[in-house]
Design a binder for this molecule. Structure first.
Ligand code: SF4
Length: 693
């Protein structure tokens, strides 16, 4: 009923990488409710977060004024009440806060590092990486892609030549078979999951591979609940069958790939009969899956953090790429490789260069020509050719006294880093921490100055979803108090650090991005304002963009993709007598990442108000704990007390913990060991002791 609202604004959901388009119904300066509209990814659909999770923007904890740490504040620690911070911070004017923020950063070169955000716009991500590179002369800038799909991107860059998906998830409509591995889309990419379920309903073969049971299981032709960490053994066994039974696409392999002979020889070591005991899936099932995938006309592979967050995450993705290549399931309708991206703009922030090894469009920082091209676009700048430090390496460098000041925009490492007490100690050790956010997050507890920013529904800018669709976000309501848009704050900070910046609108930033990013060819601000979304690559000013890429060549030498054989690397830490069970972590439907937004959303918090973990009913019985009772989880890093749920989807020797809850933070427990290529931590496997509490 139009009487319910004064205004209707089209924008994009601020949560996951699906990038659903929304219509925000606004009355009296507040968002009253949200509807899904006909975006290219969602076609009118929304999940519970998109529909009900918007009211955090009106929460009384919103930061409305810049804050500076009081001279008489208690020692830095996780000790600030986000609703009453007055014993730790005092309000300041924007001028005073920005001058103070800049004074602790300016001229400090390599002592400074920055974390940008995958929840900000493309323009804001671009400005953030430019600020660190141009302002401080190095590449120590990163964001949460490091904790998400960094290993997938490493494998895709290595073997396909591009880190983005080769086909939109909606292409599943044209597939005969689809593998979903290490992903739980019903909870984490719910609207994408609706397409997967429809695919199964119309007869598509859905193959789900996951150490945890999950809702897609009900729709699956095969459910492979494999042993945690045994991905490479299982995938190599499937590929072994494809070779042994001659089911590979010889013509495609010869025309489009390299290193096939090495891959084929390597796979000889992985017969399913030998791998069955390791991965916990019987040989006949592995053979059936291999036949189904290889003999389909069109097959797709989707994966999530269950694949990427291992010390062998890059090897996991190498296997998935090899599987798609050997069967010729790339570059045609209904085929493709699709890592389901997490945050609403993690694709765009990575494309914009918010990573320590690449400038925008994945152009290497080690390439002198690339650096001088950006220096020319930027008007000045001469920065290191050395790859920068990643998220967890930056925290290590703080402990080693190499980094002493940080600028953190919209990220919450005090909750999201592995072995989080290590990260919290690092944040406390910094002698200057600038935090820019919409709430006084756990990370802001450690800040010297806090700059109040705008929520997504209060700002203008573009975001890029998991499908490579660049979409226009529009403001529906005014920011509270004196809060400002992130691009404007970074610009003011840059000016005070002596940089010649004069941006007055995100469209100017977008125009500058286009001059250094071929991926944005034919995509203009005006098109995005008019059309709402354009997929990259777009081949002409009229082309809505290419849903499928790499039909005839890959962006690698001679246009060929590569097979990179993957060997089995065990998890960094295996269960033993002291820590006999396996810990795995992740998200749940109602809460988003570290909970700063969704735990302040009335409906979502009402549905899931309490920190919880999942254990098999037989494990609970052994522990003498009733469902809803409490357990203590202890690893070599730390210990938490948490409510336990009975869940048959979890194996009897496993515990699953969502990481959204500060009062029982999963990352107190997690192992910081990293994948050597993607530098992603092993969030999905640690040895843990579970006791009644
Ligand atoms: Fe938002 Fe993702 Fe849900 Fe769509 S699926 S409404 S983008 S959280």
């Amino acid at each position: 009923d139009s009487a319910d609202f004064d205004e209707e604004v089209k924008s994009v959901c601020p949560f996951c990488g699906v990038g659903c388009q929304v219509s925000l119904k606004v009355k009296d300066g507040r968002v009253k409710y949200v509807d899904g509209i006909d975006g290219p990814a969602n076609e009118g659909r929304l999940c519970v977060k998109g529909r009900f999770g918007f009211d955090y923007i009106h929460h009384p904890h919103r930061l409305t004024k810049p804050l500076i740490r009081r001279a008489d504040a208690p020692p830095k620690g996780l000790n600030v009440d986000p609703g009453d911070w007055s014993t730790h911070f005092r309000e300041a004017s924007w001028d005073e806060a920005l001058d103070f923020a800049a004074s602790g950063l300016k001229g400090r070169g390599r002592e400074v590092a920055g974390f940008g955000s995958a929840k900000c716009t493309n323009e804001e991500a671009y400005l953030f990486q430019k600020f660190i590179r141009q302002g401080f002369g190095h590449n120590n800038v990163d964001h949460c892609t490091r904790l998400c799909h960094a290993s997938s991107v490493a494998a895709l860059m290595e073997n396909v030549g591009s880190g983005a998906v080769t086909a939109t998830f909606n292409q599943i409509e044209n597939a005969d078979v689809a593998i979903v591995i290490g992903a739980n889309p019903t909870e984490n990419h719910p609207v994408a999951a609706t397409y997967f379920k429809q695919f199964a309903k119309r007869g598509g073969k859905l193959i789900v591979m996951d150490p945890r049971g999950q809702a897609l299981k009900r729709h699956a032709t095969h459910m492979l609940q494999f042993r945690p960490g045994a991905d490479v053994s299982m995938l190599n066994a499937i590929m072994h069958v494809i070779v042994e039974e001659g089911l590979y696409d010889e013509q495609y392999i010869q025309a489009m790939t390299e290193n096939w002979e090495a891959e084929k020889a390597h796979l000889a070591n992985f017969p399913p009969e030998k791998m069955a005991g390791i991965c916990g899936i019987d040989a006949e099932t592995l053979r059936a899956v291999a036949r189904d995938f290889a003999t389909a006309k069109a097959g797709m592979i989707f994966w999530g953090m269950g694949v990427s967050q291992h010390i062998h995450g890059t090897d996991n993705s190498r296997c998935l790429i090899s599987l798609a290549l050997m069967t010729g399931h790339v570059g045609r309708p209904g085929t493709g490789l699709h890592p389901l991206r997490g945050q609403n703009n993690v694709q765009g922030a990575s494309d914009a260069g918010l990573i320590p090894m690449f400038l925008p469009d994945y152009q290497s920082v080690t390439d002198d020509g690339v650096r001088s091209a950006f220096s020319e676009i930027w008007g000045s700048g001469d920065w290191s050719s050395e790859k920068g430090l990643t998220v967890t390496e930056i925290m290590d460098a703080v402990h080693e006294d190499k980094i002493k000041a940080m600028y953190i925009l919209g990220e919450n490492p005090a909750m999201s880093d592995p072995d989080v007490e290590h990260a919290r100690d690092a944040l406390a050790k910094l002698d200057h921490l600038v935090v820019q956010d919409i709430f006084l997050t756990e990370t802001a507890n450690y800040a010297d100055v806090i700059l109040p920013a705008t929520a997504f529904y209060e700002k203008t800018g573009t975001v890029t979803n998991t499908n490579r669709q660049v979409q226009m976000g529009r403001p529906a309501v005014a920011p509270p108090g004196e809060a400002r848009e992130d691009w404007a704050i970074t610009t003011e900070l840059a000016k005070r650090c002596g940089l010649p910046w004069d941006y007055t609108h995100p469209r100017e930033v977008f125009a500058e991005m286009k001059s250094g990013m071929a991926s944005l060819n034919n995509i203009t601000w005006e098109r995005l304002e008019g059309e709402g979304a354009v997929t990259y690559p777009s081949l002409s000013p009229e082309d809505p963009g290419q849903a499928i890429v790499f039909g005839d060549r890959f962006p690698r030498a001679e246009g060929r993709a590569r097979f990179t054989p993957a060997s089995v690397i065990p998890p960094d830490e295996t269960p033993d007598a002291d820590y006999p069970m396996i810990l795995t972590t992740g998200r749940q439907l109602e809460h988003w990442h570290t909970g700063s937004m969704t735990r302040r959303s009335k409906v979502l918090d009402a549905v899931e108000p309490e920190a919880n973990c999942s254990l098999h009913p037989s494990t609970l019985r052994k522990l003498d704990v009733e469902p809803g009772g409490h357990v203590r989880l202890t690893t070599r890093r730390g210990s938490i007390r948490i409510m336990a749920r009975a869940d048959r989807a979890v194996a009897p020797d496993m515990v699953f913990v969502p990481f959204a809850y500060v009062e029982a933070a999963a990352n107190v427990l997690t192992n910081p060991a990293i994948d050597p290529y993607g530098k992603i931590p092993e969030f999905k496997f640690a040895a843990v002791r579970v006791e009644k509490a």
